[in-house]
Design a protein around this ligand. Structure first.
Ligand SMILES: [Fe+2]
Length: 199
């Protein structure tokens, strides 16, 4: 089934001042659109043409680099838009708060590890919180790769490609990551994915 660009779940100016309208216009309308367009071109005539997106991502990894890069980035960005919301961020509540405290010792330690993963990802990529074998862990991946191809289920991810922060933060990637955790994360969506993945 062909890839389609989802609408942003909020207005383009809704995440300011932490992520600007200009960033979202470029990131969603140009970059994500390009992954959709290129992905659809590369899907044609392959064994993955009628497969769900997650299967395209997992099946093309290590086999069809062009398709994988675009399918991976399509999957990552579909979730990335939903991992943010206006007036988001801060400390979560519910089962995800308990899971973070159980796994990292405290919410602050999770925050430190997550920001460190994003800061130390050399070049383009992502930092993640994912569920693997019933446990939650922080990781980082290059380019379009994600925890799905490492046997884990991503429940939170932050895009550290320069296109995600350079307009608003220039080279200050750590400041962008801090703002993401403190002001943008949609913990309700993380909780939903965690509940589903932990079953
Ligand atoms: Fe991106």
């Amino acid at each position: 089934m062909p890839f389609t660009l989802p609408e942003l779940p909020y207005a383009y100016d809704a995440l300011g001042p932490y992520m600007s309208k200009e960033t979202l216009e470029f990131h969603h309308d140009k970059h994500h659109q390009a992954y959709v367009t290129n992905g659809n071109n590369l899907l044609k005539g392959t064994e993955f043409e009628d497969k769900p997106l997650e299967e395209v991502v997992k099946g093309s990894f290590g086999k069809n680099a062009g398709l994988f890069n675009n399918a991976g980035q399509h999957y990552n960005h579909i979730h990335f838009w939903k991992w943010m919301k206006p007036n988001g961020g801060g400390k979560p509540s519910g089962t995800i708060e308990k899971a973070l405290t159980d796994s990292f010792g405290s919410f602050d330690k999770f925050k430190e590890d997550f920001i460190a993963a994003g800061t130390t990802q050399f070049g383009s990529g992502w930092a993640w919180l994912a569920v693997k074998n019933g446990k939650i862990e922080v990781s980082k991946t290059p380019n379009g790769e994600n925890p799905l191809v490492h046997g884990a289920t991503p429940i939170l991810g932050v895009d550290v490609w320069e296109h995600s922060y350079y307009i608003d933060y220039r080279n200050r990637r750590p400041d962008y990551l801090k703002a993401f955790v403190e002001n943008l994360v949609n913990w309700d969506y993380v909780e939903e994915l965690y509940t589903h993945a932990a079953k």
